[in-house]
Design a protein around this ligand. Structure first.
Ligand SMILES: [Zn+2]
Length: 96
Protein backbone atom coordinates (compact mmCIF):
# COMPACT_ATOMS: atom_id res chain seq x y z
CA UNK A 1 0.00 0.00 0.00
CA UNK A 2 1.44 3.33 -1.03
CA UNK A 3 1.94 6.01 1.57
CA UNK A 4 0.30 9.35 1.07
CA UNK A 5 2.59 12.31 1.39
CA UNK A 6 2.11 16.07 1.31
CA UNK A 7 3.73 17.82 -1.60
CA UNK A 8 6.11 19.83 0.49
CA UNK A 9 9.70 19.69 1.64
CA UNK A 10 11.72 16.96 -0.02
CA UNK A 11 9.04 16.04 -2.55
CA UNK A 12 8.59 19.59 -3.67
CA UNK A 13 12.35 20.03 -3.88
CA UNK A 14 12.63 16.90 -6.00
CA UNK A 15 9.78 18.00 -8.23
CA UNK A 16 11.42 21.37 -8.84
CA UNK A 17 14.73 19.64 -9.56
CA UNK A 18 12.79 17.47 -11.98
CA UNK A 19 11.61 20.50 -13.93
CA UNK A 20 15.21 21.38 -14.65
CA UNK A 21 15.90 17.75 -15.49
CA UNK A 22 13.37 17.85 -18.33
CA UNK A 23 15.63 20.33 -20.07
CA UNK A 24 18.70 18.25 -19.36
CA UNK A 25 16.88 15.19 -20.64
CA UNK A 26 15.85 16.93 -23.84
CA UNK A 27 19.44 17.95 -24.54
CA UNK A 28 20.79 14.55 -23.56
CA UNK A 29 18.31 12.81 -25.85
CA UNK A 30 19.13 15.12 -28.76
CA UNK A 31 22.82 14.33 -28.35
CA UNK A 32 22.14 10.60 -28.12
CA UNK A 33 19.95 10.68 -31.21
CA UNK A 34 22.69 12.48 -33.12
CA UNK A 35 25.21 9.88 -32.02
CA UNK A 36 22.86 7.08 -33.01
CA UNK A 37 22.62 5.83 -29.42
CA UNK A 38 19.51 4.85 -27.42
CA UNK A 39 17.73 8.10 -26.69
CA UNK A 40 14.38 7.41 -25.08
CA UNK A 41 13.26 8.88 -21.77
CA UNK A 42 13.79 5.44 -20.25
CA UNK A 43 17.35 5.36 -21.53
CA UNK A 44 17.93 8.72 -19.89
CA UNK A 45 16.49 7.49 -16.61
CA UNK A 46 18.56 4.32 -16.71
CA UNK A 47 21.81 6.09 -17.37
CA UNK A 48 21.12 8.68 -14.67
CA UNK A 49 19.70 6.39 -11.99
CA UNK A 50 16.33 8.13 -12.12
CA UNK A 51 13.02 6.49 -11.29
CA UNK A 52 11.16 6.58 -14.61
CA UNK A 53 7.79 5.91 -13.00
CA UNK A 54 7.69 9.25 -11.22
CA UNK A 55 10.40 11.20 -13.07
CA UNK A 56 12.34 11.30 -9.78
CA UNK A 57 9.67 13.29 -7.95
CA UNK A 58 9.03 10.40 -5.55
CA UNK A 59 5.30 10.91 -6.02
CA UNK A 60 3.16 8.77 -8.30
CA UNK A 61 1.99 10.34 -11.53
CA UNK A 62 -1.61 10.20 -12.63
CA UNK A 63 -2.52 7.35 -14.93
CA UNK A 64 -2.72 9.76 -17.84
CA UNK A 65 0.74 11.15 -17.06
CA UNK A 66 -0.59 14.60 -16.27
CA UNK A 67 -0.02 15.79 -12.74
CA UNK A 68 0.26 13.69 -9.64
CA UNK A 69 -2.11 11.25 -8.06
CA UNK A 70 -3.90 12.61 -5.03
CA UNK A 71 -5.09 10.34 -2.25
CA UNK A 72 -6.82 12.78 0.03
CA UNK A 73 -6.35 15.79 2.19
CA UNK A 74 -4.57 16.61 5.42
CA UNK A 75 -6.11 19.77 6.80
CA UNK A 76 -5.78 22.04 3.74
CA UNK A 77 -2.85 20.18 2.17
CA UNK A 78 -3.50 17.65 -0.56
CA UNK A 79 -1.85 14.29 -0.01
CA UNK A 80 -0.22 12.52 -2.91
CA UNK A 81 0.55 8.91 -3.48
CA UNK A 82 4.16 8.07 -2.83
CA UNK A 83 5.78 6.35 -5.79
CA UNK A 84 5.94 2.65 -5.05
CA UNK A 85 8.53 1.96 -7.75
CA UNK A 86 11.23 3.88 -5.88
CA UNK A 87 9.72 4.12 -2.40
CA UNK A 88 9.50 7.89 -2.76
CA UNK A 89 13.23 8.38 -3.20
CA UNK A 90 13.08 9.25 -6.90
CA UNK A 91 16.04 6.99 -7.50
CA UNK A 92 16.08 3.64 -9.16
CA UNK A 93 16.00 0.89 -6.60
CA UNK A 94 18.25 -1.90 -7.73
CA UNK A 95 16.57 -5.20 -7.07
CA UNK A 96 18.64 -7.23 -4.66
ZN1 LIG B 1 9.49 6.72 -8.35
Amino acid sequence: MARSVPFTGEHLARFLAGQKRWNDAREWRARQTEAGRPSTWLDFCRSHGICAACAAAGVALNGNGVGFKTLGWSANLPLYEECTACGGTGKVVTPS
